[in-house]
Design a protein around this ligand. Structure first.
Ligand code: ADP
Ligand code: MG
Length: 256
């Protein structure tokens, strides 16, 4: 990530892509997020780790308001998404999300999986959408799979289609929730390669992952979430090699 500049007199605030302020999230009486403050800069690759049930997925889902927050503010490029009257469908187009389960439409080819949203939501003409879709499939190494249905693709290929599909809407930020966790080990690297390419292209990324190699190589910052709070954060190598909290130490001991 390049250091935020203020050459045009803008403040550091303007370089924030995502800002979470005092986020609380409860399901019924169970508070899952207990006050999370987090600012992700434009172009930053943020890696989120932590034990199962700690609130990582919920946090990502609060960023695009797939989960309405119980308290606090979510800002995207300085726009408060949590204020009443915001057109969530409009702002969500700027946020791409990829899940552990690929969630492709099984009855559509790879190409049609990519073109569906732009055609239906933006009214993009089919030919234009298909040109763009083919370019994105090529970018994720699947130029020759445009006509394949999800069942004809490996898990790694399906996940790359899912990433390409998210990119069709020209997102300003991408959310990745354990996107390699359901893959056979030999298929993990082809998906990480795509994420590496995306990170290097300057995409702002929030990645929940257990891939510590990825975290170390590409993460600008690592956040450890436990019990609904950020327990520790810092440069990935610092946190991974010298965790300061006992909970982080215990967690890393189990996964490394
Ligand atoms: P992580 O992704 O870190 O494993 P999650 O964000 O999925 O954690 O879950 C955090 C906690 O919130 C868990 O205890 C989970 O059971 C609970 N939770 C998540 N989603 C819901 C929901 N829709 N309804 C009720 N509880 C939920
Ligand atoms: Mg999760």
């Amino acid at each position: 990530m390049t250091t935020p500049q203020t050459v045009d007199g803008s403040t550091a605030q303007d370089t924030a892509m995502v800002e979470l302020r005092g986020i609380h999230k409860a399901f019924g009486s169970v508070e899952v997020l207990k006050g999370v403050d987090l600012t992700v800069a434009r172009g930053e690759v943020l890696v989120i780790i932590g034990p199962s049930g700690g609130g990582k997925s919920t946090l990502l889902r609060c960023v695009n308001l797939l989960e309405p927050v119980s308290q606090g503010q979510v800002l995207l490029e300085s726009e408060d998404l949590t204020r009443p009257g915001v057109d969530l469908n409009r702002v969500r187009r700027r946020i791409g999300m990829v899940f552990q389960q690929f969630n492709l439409f099984p009855h559509l080819s790879a190409l049609d999986n990519l073109t569906l949203a732009p055609r239906k939501l933006l009214g993009t003409p089919r030919a234009e959408a298909e040109t763009r879709a083919r370019a994105l499939l090529a970018r994720v190494g699947l130029a020759d799979k445009a006509g394949n249905y999800p069942r004809q693709l490996s898990g790694g290929q399906q996940q790359r289609v899912a990433i390409a599909r998210a990119l069709m809407m020209d997102p300003h930020v991408m959310l990745f929730d354990e996107v390699t966790s359901a893959l056979d080990p030999e298929l993990v690297s082809e998906v990480l390669d795509v994420m590496r390419d995306l990170a290097r292209s300057g995409m702002t990324m929030l990645c929940v992952t257990h891939e510590m190699g990825f975290a170390r190589e590409l993460g600008d910052r690592l956040v450890f979430i436990d019990g609904g709070v950020i327990a520790e954060q810092g440069r990935p190598a610092d946190v991974l090699d010298h965790p300061t909290h006992e909970r982080t130490r215990q967690f890393l001991h189990k996964v490394l």
